[in-house]
Design a protein around this ligand. Sequence first.
Ligand code: APR
Length: 226
Amino acid sequence: MDRIVVLSGAGLSAEQGLGTFRDKGGLWRHYDLGDVATPQGFARDPDLVHRFYNARRANMRAAAPGAAHDALARLSQRPGITLVTQNVDDLLERAGARDVIHMHGELARALCHACGARWDAPARMAPTDPCPRCTARHTRPDVVWFGEIPHHMDRIEAALARADLFVSIGTSGTVYPAAGFVEMARTAGAQTLELNLEASGGRFDAIRKGPASQLVPNWVAEVLRQ
Ligand code: APR
């Protein structure tokens, strides 16, 4: 297997305490995503949105990468690997992973709605923060909200078109375009593998069920032995 595309979701970081969205106790059980993960919600109540992401940013900074993040970091040193994540946490980078493609943005980064400037987010953001470049008071977390276009799609689709293997880790496969990656990989002739606590229902050639902290290091060890 020369060219491997790996897609991860919240299940990759769940055991590090960062939670998921749709599992029991998930974030979308406690917040209306329309209030905190849409441009409309941000326009309505930017203070609520900043408080939501400030709390998630604090959780992220208090968390540490786990065995699954460490394993993917090792894998990322191998040629031919494309690491795509829906996650906005920085645990893969902190584990030493190279060139992580954050298609839903990054909690550790901030964005100016007015001029498009990006910078490292402070621990706590507020609606009154001025943009460091244009000073407009219209800064937001650099994450992709529902209704917005995910980042790096050209690069991701090009990698899927050439993949020999597509591996989906810890995602429910409910949010597009990521949910369509397995079909794109199959169409390109790639083998497909799911590593998840439960099968997501996607059309995978193989499914391994269990926690990412066990499945991912075992799978990476198999790949690196090849
Ligand atoms: N190990 C492996 N998989 C796990 C674990 C674990 N320890 N714990 C949970 N999972 C799996 C669940 O079985 C489920 O398939 O993680 C997945 C979590 O699903 P979601 O909560 O829907 O998270 P995700 O698929 O990442 O959501 C996709 O939706 O809300 C948006 O932008 C948000 O990026 C997110 C996107």
